[in-house]
Design a protein. Structure first.
Length: 256
């Protein structure tokens, strides 16, 4: 075989390898795109169902354990909260307002395995949603919303203030310090997690039950702790964050 033929074979092999790598990248991007589309569906059903006064469409993508919250100084503990049944009950009465000039901007802020967090900006509202992949579809299980507000860039001091309750929550867990964890949690906390022994089951905790778990199980792997906090989106009174620690990935909604 002459040198030119050998060189051509090497080029051909290189092109095949590059094509194979390109195919893998395109395949991965395609999977990610399809995942984002499937995550966007419940968000679109949720907000468009509201504006269309279509509670059946909304219900299709809302988990039975849904907790929808809103910062409200006129409510006890500063938060108004409704469950799935209450939300669907108010749709015929209050849904549809300003629906003719609707705006629906959906952003998947982050995802990890079978959990995700997303944001929808509509005519009047900003909604953060926690989603879980269960029964072969993405379902909204938590929502924190507020009215549109002008949001200025946060100072380093303000960013530190947003992150403080997250530090208290995670570091308090690893220090087995229930009092510190408590400082960062709202009295009406609703924590949901995937059951480690049954991926189709959701464990749920109130603040009091979570503090009991801290006292019993906190501190594991705390000597080599990892703590990475990312603020995914921040509005005037609400924020969405991600925490990666030794053993867990947490998506967190915060209210001011």
């Amino acid at each position: 075989m002459n040198k030119q033929a050998t060189a051509n074979r090497k080029k051909f092999g290189l092109i095949i390898s590059l094509f194979g790598l390109l195919f893998i990248l395109v395949y991965i991007i395609s999977i990610q795109t399809n995942q984002e589309i499937s995550m966007e569906k419940p968000m679109r059903d949720y907000i468009e169902g509201w504006y269309d006064k279509d509670e059946a469409r909304m219900k299709e993508d809302l988990h039975d354990l849904l907790a929808k919250r809103h910062p409200d100084n006129n409510s006890e503990n500063g938060i108004s909260s409704i469950d799935l049944k209450s939300l669907l009950h108010v749709v015929p009465q209050y849904g549809g307002q300003n629906g003719e000039q609707r705006r629906v901007d959906i952003t998947v802020l982050d995802s990890f395995n079978t959990i995700a967090t997303a944001k929808v900006a509509s005519n009047e509202f900003i909604d953060y949603a926690h989603l879980v992949f269960i029964d072969n579809k993405w379902t909204i299980i938590n929502v924190l919303w507020d009215y549109h507000n002008d949001t200025e860039k946060l100072s380093d001091k303000q960013i530190a203030a947003v992150k403080k309750p997250i530090h208290d929550y995670v570091e308090g867990w690893y220090d087995k310090d229930a009092e510190r964890v408590k400082r960062g949690l709202h009295p009406d906390l609703a924590k949901r997690s995937i059951n480690p022994e049954n991926s189709t089951a959701i464990d749920q905790y109130s603040r009091s039950s979570l503090l009991e778990v801290v006292q019993q199980y906190g501190g594991q792997n705390g000597d080599e702790r990892i703590l990475d906090i990312e603020l995914l989106d921040v509005q005037k009174n609400i924020a969405s964050a991600k925490v990666v620690s030794n053993s867990f990935v947490d998506y967190i909604h915060l209210s001011y």
